[in-house]
Design a protein around this ligand. Structure first.
Ligand code: GAP
Length: 513
């Protein structure tokens, strides 16, 4: 099955089992906006908890806040979002469809990469065991031609974006002979910049002065509260402020499911450090954050760093942690060394002194900042796509299973009486009663036990317990593991401890500390 088909199946699966629904579906949906269903919200809450506890609870020098979505409009002038939070857009004159110029080019690059991939697969088949991948990539003429094209397009695109040269971007699209996916024509307009912020009107002020924005990132809520938190929390540098919350961007390219949304959630942390020490901290946070991702067990090879060549004017280092989504490696988290840009701008625009007195050096200064910024929805997508499997079993049956890390799984345990009579449901309910305070459990007595196991596999429940007639006599139940499908008999009294040791967040957190 191709990655594309697998991705389609995953999207259908998340809807069928109550993870993610298109927003406003009964009104035919709203582009790039999604709702989380009963299981999706459990998963999302577990991811939030994993991030929050790894950041705030385990680090004495990091605290968390929850700032408002609406903020003073001047904040977005100070941050640069009013002037420069833009995407370069191009319209096709025939289809009237609008695209992001850089995304059209990235798609073109992805097609060339796919050609290389196909050529490699052909080579593998042709040469069998004697196939040498490195040698093949270094010598095959088709591969070399496409690799050179990719290199050239990337270089020209980076240079055009860096110089904000919109004419050069358009020329590159024309030179690559990129056509509109809808009309198939190359009848393009010029490339123009388009601001991504959503605006609305404050109270009863109807003119320009009442314009207020939905925040496009949560970070500014942290910057403008720097002094509040530092003073009231008696925080000493280095220290961090973390926040989880909604952000809004009027994205033009609305696709790839929950990868690029118009309303999404971010988990951001600003770490305030002494000027001059920022690059050491940047390196440390890069490592810490990768470890956090890798602990989820989706495979280390699924992650990579992408260091930015083109740095924003306020940054002196930046990297993305990319994840291999079904549509290729894409940004999951950004780690930026943002210098003192934001605090300095807020000092300038607000007229308030935003400085820190360092008791160790006896100096006052504007701290430098390392930011870690991860998309919560993208993490949900990474977890789901990394965990989704369509398996053929030894007995010829098939199952769809979500091998989500047990600590993140929406339901931890299913309690299943083998039959709906003979006192088995009563015993099952008694067990549920003792476990439900610690674990999110499901009770299910409908259909055959095999079907019930499949239903739990499909939603990623790590453990099932089955209560049978023997349980009434010996007080033991069958504990079944989702991944190995192995079953063991365990005394009911040992269940709380056994379940805890398999699904606890503590075990996961210990890996990142
Ligand atoms: N404060 C820095 C900042 O906002 P960003 O790279 O624009 O940086 C950070 O966003 C993270 O937010 C990204 O790595 C991504 O995971 C997530 N993100 C950004 N735009 C998104 C969108 N339209 N839909 C879903 N997630 C998004």
């Amino acid at each position: 099955m191709t990655q594309e088909d697998l991705f389609k199946n995953l999207i259908a699966h998340t809807k069928e089992y109550g993870f993610i629904f298109p927003s406003s579906e009964i009104y035919d949906g709203l582009g790039a906006v999604y709702d989380y269903g009963q299981l999706g919200s459990e998963l999302k809450n577990n991811i939030k908890r994993y991030w929050w506890e790894a950041m705030v609870r385990l680090n004495e020098n990091i605290v968390g806040i929850d700032s408002a979505i609406f903020m003073h409009p001047k904040i977005w002038e100070a941050s640069g979002h009013v002037g420069a939070f833009n995407d370069p857009l191009i319209d096709n004159k025939d289809s009237k469809k609008r695209y992001r110029a850089d995304v059209l080019l990235e798609d073109y690059i992805a097609k060339l990469e796919e050609k290389i991939h196909k050529e490699v697969e052909k080579g593998k088949k042709k040469f069998g065991d004697g196939f040498n991948r490195e040698q093949f990539l270094a010598t095959n003429p088709n591969v070399l031609r496409n690799a050179a094209k990719i290199q050239s397009v990337k270089e020209r695109m980076t240079a055009a974006l860096k110089a904000n040269d919109l004419a050069a971007l358009k020329q590159l699209i024309l030179d690559c002979e990129i056509t509109c996916p809808v009309s198939g024509s190359r009848n393009w307009t010029d490339v123009r910049q388009f601001n991504l912020m959503f605006s609305t009107q404050l109270g009863n002020i109807s003119d320009e002065s009442g314009i207020i924005y939905l925040r496009p990132e949560t970070a500014q809520g942290i910057f403008v509260n720097f002094l509040n938190v530092q003073k009231t929390g008696r925080m000493k540098i280095p220290f961090g402020i973390a926040q989880i919350g909604k952000a809004f961007r009027n994205e033009i390219v609305a696709r790839q499911f929950i990868f690029r949304m118009r309303e999404f959630e971010q988990m951001e942390m600003q770490f305030f450090v002494r000027p001059g020490e920022e690059l050491d901290w940047f390196k440390k946070w890069k490592e810490i954050r990768l470890k956090w991702h890798e602990a989820l067990g989706l495979g280390k090879e699924k992650y990579r760093y992408h260091d930015h060549e083109k740095l924003a004017h306020y940054a002196n280092a930046a990297t993305d942690i990319e994840f291999e989504f079904p549509f290729g490696f894409k940004e999951l988290e950004g780690i930026h060394s943002r210098t003192d840009f934001d605090l300095k701008r807020h000092q300038e625009y607000s007229g308030r002194k935003i400085q820190y007195f360092d008791p160790e050096t006896n100096e006052s200064y504007i701290p430098y900042v390392i930011e870690t910024s991860i998309g919560l929805d993208r993490t949900v997508l990474a977890v789901l796509s990394g965990a989704y499997r369509e398996e053929k079993l030894d007995n010829g049956e098939e199952r769809t299973v979500l091998k989500i890390h047990p600590a993140l799984a929406p339901v931890k345990l299913a309690v299943l009486p083998l039959v709906k009579k003979d006192g088995l449901p009563q015993m099952a309910r008694e067990i549920l009663e003792t476990l439900k305070y610690d674990f999110n459990c499901q009770y299910d007595e409908k259909d055959s036990i095999g079907k019930r196991y499949r239903r739990q596999d499909a939603i990623g429940t790590p453990l099932c317990i089955t209560i049978d007639h023997q349980s009434l006599e010996d007080g033991c139940v069958t504990l079944r593991d989702r991944d190995s499908m192995l079953q063991e008999r365990v005394p009911v009294g040992e269940l709380p401890q056994m379940v805890e040791s398999r699904v606890s967040m503590k075990n996961l957190l210990k890996q990142v500390k």
